[in-house]
Design a protein around this ligand. Structure first.
Ligand code: FPP
Length: 259
């Protein structure tokens, strides 16, 4: 990964690093933060130590993305499938938003970052729900980057819920079947609150796995994917910039043939 930017041309020569183009920063970046467990295992630590360190990475990457001018940063913090993990790990992951917001909301406000959440929040423990709703409320006046946490989120679950809502609208006579199009579906997705930035431009997954694991299935239709070997706790501002440089080297056609 990234080897094309720093390829050795001869024994001593290095290709010049390609610089970040600040005029083409992806507006919406979505990240599957993977590898916390492996990061911990490599250090002979319990898996939750990886999640704890991963939380610090969330703080650093949030500030870095905000400074770069990213409009929306969507982070996959807990999936609808993560409930299958051992109880102590699930309990720890449920405590993390509380710890995170308790310590980080002042920094979010300082950097003008607004918190938003997608997922079935009502199924989370009450303390976690409160931390999330408090953070949303405390940052509601911020109009810089949106930090969008996917918590108890599943892409298929989201599409099923949207379908149910549209079916109900049809049954209630609010919409005709032939009026159902992509924009109607998009409006019922949990990202509709993000307006023009609902679809990620760039999706990053850390830790070397190359799949999307039920994340933003509808919204990732035309996103660029960048997979990095780095485990999430080791991801940092520099890695973020390198993924954006890789994105900037891509040729997005959205199914068309434009140059
Ligand atoms: C995947 O790594 C990571 C998770 C399921 C949890 C992600 C949570 C954080 C990064 C903590 C930050 C959260 C908040 C709300 C601030 P994994 O455990 O599957 O890693 P592995 O594949 O190496 O086992």
């Amino acid at each position: 990964m990234f080897s094309k930017f720093k390829k050795t041309q001869s024994n001593s020569e290095q290709a010049p690093d390609i610089e970040l183009d600040m005029h083409r920063i992806p507006a919406h970046i979505a990240i599957i933060m993977d590898g916390n467990g492996r990061w911990a295992q490599k250090r002979h630590l319990p898996r939750i130590a990886g999640h704890k360190e991963g939380m610090q990475t969330v703080k650093k990457v949030t500030i870095a993305a905000s400074k770069l001018g990213v409009k929306v940063l969507s982070l996959y913090a807990f999936s609808t499938e993560n409930w299958k993990r051992p109880d102590d790990e699930v309990n720890y992951l449920m405590q993390l938003p509380i710890r995170f917001f308790n310590t980080f909301v002042p920094d979010l406000i300082k950097h003008n970052v607004r918190v938003s959440v997608m997922g079935d929040i009502n199924q989370l423990p009450s303390g976690t729900q409160k931390a999330v709703y408090d953070a949303i409320d405390q940052t509601k006046e911020c109009n810089g980057m949106v930090l969008n946490f996917a918590l108890n989120y599943g892409g298929r679950d989201e599409i099923v819920s949207a379908t149910q809502k549209i079916a109900q609208m049809a049954m209630d006579g609010q919409i005709k079947i032939d009026q159902i199009d992509e924009s109607v579906l998009s409006d019922q997705m949990m990202t509709s609150q993000l307006g023009d930035y609902e679809d990620p431009d760039l999706m990053i997954r850390t830790s070397g796995e190359e799949r999307i694991s039920n994340f933003m299935l509808w919204q990732l239709a035309y996103s660029e994917f960048v997979f990095v070997d780095t485990h999430w706790p080791d991801f940092n501002e520099e890695t973020l910039k390198q993924t954006i440089i890789e994105y900037q080297g891509r040729h997005r056609r959205f199914g068309g043939l434009t140059k």
